[in-house]
Design a protein around this ligand. Structure first.
Ligand code: SF4
Length: 437
């Protein structure tokens, strides 16, 4: 069975199988303990065997089957590679060569969403979170990648945010924030961040219905503040990505509205969708595992809304796996990690259409299948002339990032991989020396 076949086999039916083995941090004592990921009746669980507490813990992780095998096909310097498991555990080590520095701002969020796991997931609850700004600046100065992402929990509640953005942008680093957007409803504050050099905003936004925010976040008022934030971003001519959490039966009917919003507003260049997470529990915050969606469920919702064939995402995944194998032959060329279950759409007059049609995708995927350079060259001839015109005009001539062009919308499916730590993820660096006691 191929890696992708494994990835698609997530509809349940199998009694139990072990997906991966490693270590993870015990929820109870905080020590690193033996753990395994298992797939059982359509859900992925983490089993921890804690020798210190002499207990076994079973945590519900995802609906569907997590497939770690395909991450192993990425070039060695990408953080997703399985051999980075050990590095991922050593939070004191930094790797300034990684493309993205994700700087955790350690500012607790006042939105108080029902679905939030961040506060409960902090291992050392006795130790107040905080950011050492001088240490953060040293880390930014040492970063040799291209981007700094200010995230977790809520960067806009940290008084040093503008100062750090300015510090990073003066070093020609691309600056990005991941925010709940509530403070961006204040146009003056957004302008301060823009003037400091902020380039891109990821904002959580779960649909166009105030009741959604009442049911899954911290109240209806969030909806109107977030709408105002979008207006401000648009007025400032900045670019933004929508991050939506989908809860089955609550807002899984909002996918169309979110994509339509992206179609009509070219300041939105990304729509990313992820399922509700229950933080390891079978039931939490009034929701049960019946409210979760698998990656396959979300693909189905997107494909239905956009009238795409079932295998669009899978074709893109195959292309990325093949391309990763080719790029591994050129370790001196450093590029950002490819994301799976993600694809670019082109904004046409009244609809979003895939960058490449189904036949071209299949052809390119088959040419790259063996990971050979000749396959890559042949695949280049399959690309339409419009693709090269786009690269010339937007990327080379205007020196824009894909995320900041007016024509493209990235649609992607996200999974939460914060725990256990053997699931390392893109650009994630956490520095002990940045946490004040
Ligand atoms: S906005 Fe995000 S970080 Fe803040 S409480 Fe809600 S889910 Fe948690």
């Amino acid at each position: 069975m191929s890696d992708l076949d494994n990835a698609q086999d997530d509809r349940g039916g199998m009694p139990q199988c072990v997906i991966d083995k490693g270590v993870s941090r015990c929820e109870s004592c905080g020590s690193l303990v033996p753990a395994q990921a298992v797939f059982e009746n359509g859900f992925t669980y983490i089993l921890q065997d804690c020798p210190f507490e002499k207990k076994t813990f079973k945590k519900l992780k995802y609906k569907g089957k997590w497939n770690i095998i395909r991450w192993q096909k990425t070039p060695s310097y990408w953080p997703w590679r399985a051999t980075d498991k050990e590095k991922g555990l050593d939070w004191g080590r930094s790797d300034p060569r990684r493309p993205i520095l994700a700087l955790m701002m350690r500012t607790e969020c006042s939105a108080r969403c029902r679905i939030c796991e961040l506060v409960t997931s902090r291992v050392n609850k006795e130790k107040p979170a905080g950011l050492d700004v001088a240490a953060a600046k040293r880390t930014i100065a040492a970063h040799r990648g291209k981007m700094v992402s200010f995230c977790m929990a809520e960067p806009t509640e940290n008084a040093s945010l503008a100062e750090l953005i300015r510090f990073a942008s003066e070093r020609r680093l691309i600056t990005v924030i991941s925010t709940n957007g509530l403070k961006l409803s204040d146009g003056k504050y957004l302008k301060i961040l823009k003037d400091a050099g902020l380039r891109y905003i990821y904002m959580s936004f779960d649909g166009f219905d105030e009741d959604v925010y009442e049911k899954i976040r911290g109240g209806k008022h969030q909806y109107y503040l977030k709408l105002q934030a979008f207006n401000n971003i648009k007025n400032e001519k900045m670019k933004a990505g929508i991050k939506a959490v989908l809860v089955k039966g609550v807002n899984d009917n909002q996918v169309d509205a979110l994509l339509q919003y992206a179609l009509r507003n070219n300041f939105v260049t990304e729509v990313s969708l992820q399922s509700l997470s229950l933080g390891g529990e079978e039931e939490s915050c009034g929701f049960t595992k019946e409210h979760l969606l698998s990656v396959e469920d979300i693909k189905f919702l997107i494909n239905t809304v956009l009238h795409l064939s079932e295998d669009q995402f899978d074709c893109w995944n195959k292309i990325k796996i093949g391309l990763a194998a080719v790029m591994a032959k050129f370790p001196f060329i450093r590029i950002s990690p490819f994301e799976f279950d993600a694809m670019y759409l082109v904004r046409k007059k009244d609809k979003l259409v895939p960058v490449l049609d189904g036949k071209r995708l299949e052809r390119i995927a088959s040419l790259l299948r063996d990971g050979k350079i000749t396959g890559l060259i042949k695949a280049g001839f399959c690309l339409p002339a419009s693709f090269f015109r786009f690269v010339l005009k937007e990327i080379l001539f205007k020196r824009r990032l894909l995320e900041t062009t007016d024509d493209l919308v990235l649609v992607r499916i996200r999974t939460i991989v914060s725990k256990p730590y053997f699931f390392s993820y893109s650009g994630m660096l956490v520095h002990k020396n940045m946490l004040t006691p």
